[in-house]
Design a protein around this ligand. Structure first.
Ligand code: BGC
Length: 253
C-alpha cells in the first residue's frame, strides 16, 4: 500500500487526508482548515504546513491549486489573490513543509481521481470532467492520461461572455436561477464542448455534484453520456495524492 498526503486548496476550506493511491480511499479522516481571508500565498502556505504537521506525515505531498499550474509555478488566479501569478508555489510549499510537494490544478486532480476511482472508472477514450463551483474547472483525460491545464471554464461563448462567469454555480446563485434555468445555461456550454472535443463521457463535479437529482434531468448534451461525479469533495485530495505518487514513482526509475 502506498499512502500519500493529498491537500485540496479551495475558496472556503483547505482540506487534507492521507490517501491509499492504489485504491483511492482516504486512510484517515479528512482535516479541514478554513481558507485564510483573501487566500494570499503566505497565509495559505502556513495552512498547508499545519495540515502536514497535523497528519505527522512523511513522504511526498500532493497539493491542488485553483488556477494554472505549470512546472511548479502558479500562472493564473481567477478566484484567488493575484500574488499567486508567476509564483514558484512548489518551492513555497516545499519550504513550508520540508516535503517533496507536487502541485496540480484542482480540476485536473478531480478529473484524474474520477477517471481512475470514480464515475469514469473503466471508461475508455475521452473523459471530460467539469467542476462547477466558484468558477468552472476542466480536466481532459484520454485513456487515463491527463492533458493538464485545459482551463475550459474560460472559453468564450457567443462572443462576449466567459463560460464560468455565466454558467458556474456562483453565477447560478448570483443570478438567482433555479436548477432548470442553470441547467439550460450549462447545457449550452456542454453542447459547445461536444463540438470541440467529442467526449465519450462528461463527468459533472464541483459543488453542484451533491445536488445531481435537481439538475440531472435538465442537463442535456446532444450526444454525450453524462454522469455526476462520484467522489464529490474527496476528488481533489485523491487526485493530488495520485499525482504526487506518479511523480515519486517517476523519480525512482
Ligand atoms: C480556474 C481554474 C480552476 C477552476 C475551478 C477557474 O477559474 O481558472 O484553474 O480549475 O476555476 O477552481
Amino acid at each position: 500500500m502506498s499512502v500519500i498526503l493529498g491537500i485540496d486548496i479551495g475558496g472556503s476550506g483547505i482540506k487534507g487526508a492521507p490517501v491509499d493511491t492504489e485504491t483511492g480511499k482516504l486512510v484517515a479522516e479528512r482535516y479541514r482548515i478554513p481558507t485564510p481571508e483573501g487566500a494570499r500565498p503566505d497565509a495559505v502556505k502556513d495552512v498547508v504546513g499545519e495540515l502536514v504537521r497535523h497528519f505527522g506525515h512523511q513522504g511526498p505531498v500532493g497539493v491542488t491549486f485553483p488556477g494554472i499550474v505549470q512546472h511548479g509555478k502558479t500562472l493564473s488566479a481567477a478566484n484567488v489573490d493575484q500574488d499567486w501569478i508567476g509564483l514558484d508555489a512548489d518551492a513555497l510549499f516545499t519550504e513550508a513543509t520540508g516535503r517533496d510537494v507536487t502541485l496540480i490544478n484542482d480540476a485536473d486532480a478531480a478529473g484524474l481521481a474520477e477517471a481512475k476511482f470514480g464515475a469514469g472508472a473503466g471508461v475508455a477514450g475521452v473523459v471530460l470532467t467539469l467542476t462547477f463551483g466558484t468558477g468552472i474547472g476542466s480536466a481532459l483525460i484520454h485513456d487515463g492520461v491527463l492533458v493538464p491545464n485545459t482551463e475550459l471554464g474560460h472559453l468564450w461563448l457567443k462572443g462576449d461572455r466567459e463560460a464560468e462567469t455565466w454558467a458556474s454555480d456562483r453565477a447560478r446563485e448570483r443570478d438567482d436561477l433555479n436548477w432548470k434555468q442553470w441547467a439550460k445555461r450549462a447545457s449550452t456550454y456542454l453542447q459547445h464542448l461536444e463540438l470541440l472535443f467529442s467526449p465519450d463521457l462528461f463527468i459533472i463535479g464541483g459543488g453542484v455534484s451533491k445536488k445531481a437529482d435537481k439538475w440531472q434531468p435538465h442537463l442535456k448534451p446532444e450526444r454525450t453520456p453524462l454522469v455526476p461525479a462520484a467522489l464529490q469533495n474527496e476528488a481533489g485530495i485523491v487526485g493530488a495524492a495520485m499525482m504526487a505518487g506518479q511523480r515519486a514513482q517517476g523519480q525512482d526509475h
